[in-house]
Design a protein around this ligand. Structure first.
Ligand code: AHR
Length: 501
């Protein structure tokens, strides 16, 4: 089968914000304890941070890292996690029915971010705490005055200067009845607006993210978002969106069309953001922070009762396969395609909990979903280009006929480098992809790798860490066109040096 992709450099959708390659670390399962932080381990540094994890996360080049939740944040008092460790209280975590020892808190998270090379994106509890506690956390983190919270930061950490944290999530999934402190949209909107105003009053350099719908399947989907946006338009900078994908039905042809659903959500939000902007007659823009996305279903129902109310239980430890990696690639392609509205996105999560990295005491392995993320966060730069794609279609269950090819493309005007990311959704057929950019010369292929294969259920593991890893993609430039032979169910990333025609 053959597909063609045509681009023109002036037809740009928008600048790709590197923050779409963000991560998320929640106090959940073994993400923090045994993942990020394991004092006493031979693999940890003197502060207790797992060095192998730091190395692996660095490879993902995540500009931002959301913390500390997730559902966890809505039951969390950040003040429990600061000060001398021996004085920190152990608490039950209602969200995940675990034990939280508070050995790790904001003063441990921020130095870890510095080691990884990422910017913290902190969530405040607007479920069971309020505006004042949120403002105090900001004061503790960012201010440089003589107040009590600033004095405590200085005493606890020696940090004279503030941490300078710019991104603040105003709660988490407050539309969900499972969320501690869940309220109707109008009430959340009042909370978010008040918190954002007070926090920006303390530090006008910050940006805030209001909670949007937690899933497209929610009864209040878009209506929740509309109410929140209409109330908070002038005080917030982003609206959040979340999605988790699954192949519980074991219908791979349907599952592989997941990008269609992701595009649909982004189209819904593009419409809503424009609508509210129009109603407000506003010149301001509010963008989308897609701050939880991933595949989540392999671990459903795996919780053992004996792990209730214990520290770092094995929770949400999905082991990912080839088809899941193709879903991860489609999320990222979709975010690139909507570079005009998606300015932040965070894979949920970063280690051990629905994560690209899995640890045990003696090491780690990289999951299949690690590689599309690594390839794209390394190579997607500059402008997202509008593409004309001619692709055969296939029958994708409830989605009907869907294009076999999913693609995104970026061009960095400062270097002339072009990146093409393509997924062949076909389970049976190779795709010959011909790519052309009408107003540029394709000089040479600088990078060409692919990940996938026909054994859709193949995973990596401690025993076989390299069962699914990238291999060389068959790409060459021929008569001003790039020709790529893309095997069935494969994701490829090609980087090409281009020059003016
Ligand atoms: O990432 C796991 C959970 O999924 C988060 O805690 C919550 O925000 C979402 O429902």
């Amino acid at each position: 089968m053959k597909s063609t992709i045509t681009a023109v450099s002036v037809l740009s959708i928008g600048q790709v914000d590197p923050k779409i390659f963000g991560g998320f670390a929640e106090h959940l399962g073994r993400c923090i304890y045994e993942g990020i932080y394991e004092p006493g381990s031979a693999l940890s540094d003197e502060q207790g941070y797992r060095q192998d994890v730091i190395e692996a996360v660095r490879r993902l080049r995540m500009p931002v890292m959301r913390y500390p939740g997730g559902n966890f944040v809505s039951c969390y008092d950040w003040r429990d996690g600061i000060g001398p460790r021996e004085k920190r209280p152990a608490r039950v975590d209602y969200a995940w029915q675990s034990l939280e020892t508070n050995e790790f808190g904001v003063d441990e998270f921020i130095p870890w971010c510095r080691k990884v090379g990422t910017e913290p994106m902190l969530a405040v509890n607007l479920g069971t705490l309020g505006t004042l506690e949120a403002a105090h956390l900001l004061e503790y983190c960012n201010l440089e005055t003589e107040s009590e919270w600033v004095r405590r930061r200085r005493a606890n950490t020696g940090h004279e200067k503030g941490y300078g944290i710019k991104l603040w999530c105003l709660g988490n999934e407050m539309d969900g009845p499972w969320q501690a402190g869940h309220v109707p949209a109008h009430e959340y909107a009042l909370r978010a607006d008040a918190a954002s105003r007070m926090m920006k009053g303390l530090d006008p350099s910050i940006q805030t993210i209001a909670v949007g719908s937690s899933a497209r399947g929610m009864k209040t989907y878009l209506e929740w978002d509309r109410q929140v946006l209409e109330h908070c338009w002038d005080t917030v900078d982003y609206l959040s969106a979340h999605r988790y994908s699954n192949n519980s039905a074991n219908h791979s042809a349907e599952y592989l069309a997941e990008g269609v659903e992701i595009d649909r959500i982004l189209t819904d939000y593009a419409g809503l953001l424009d609508y509210v902007r129009g109603v407000k007659k506003s010149h301001k823009r509010v963008y989308l922070s897609f701050d939880e996305w991933n595949v989540w279903y392999h671990s459903h129902g795996q919780r053992e009762p004996k792990q209730l109310w214990t520290k770092a239980p094995h929770l949400l430890e999905d082991i990912y396969n080839v088809e899941d990696a193709l879903i991860a690639a489609q999320y990222l392609n979709a975010f690139i395609r909507r570079a005009d509205i998606v300015k932040i996105a965070c894979i949920a999560q970063v280690v051990n909990v629905i994560a690209p990295i899995m640890t045990r005491q003696d090491g780690l392995f990289l999951q299949t979903i690690f590689y599309p993320f690594e390839m794209l966060s390394t190579h997607a730069r500059g402008q997202s280009l509008s593409l004309s794609i001619q692709s055969p279609t296939y029958s994708a269950g409830k989605h009907g006929q869907v294009p076999v090819l999913d693609a995104a493309c970026t061009l960095d005007p400062s270097t002339g480098r072009l990146m093409l990311s393509t997924v062949n959704r076909s389970i049976e057929s190779e795709q010959v992809v011909e790519f052309e950019i009408l107003d540029r010369k394709l000089q040479q292929v600088l990078f060409s790798q692919q990940i996938g294969g026909t054994d859709l259920k193949q995973t990596n593991s401690f025993d076989r860490p390299d069962a699914v890893v990238p291999t060389l993609a068959r790409a060459n430039i021929d008569d001003r066109k790039l020709r790529l032979k893309l095997p069935p169910t494969t994701h490829a990333v090609i980087v090409i040096d281009t020059s003016e025609r």
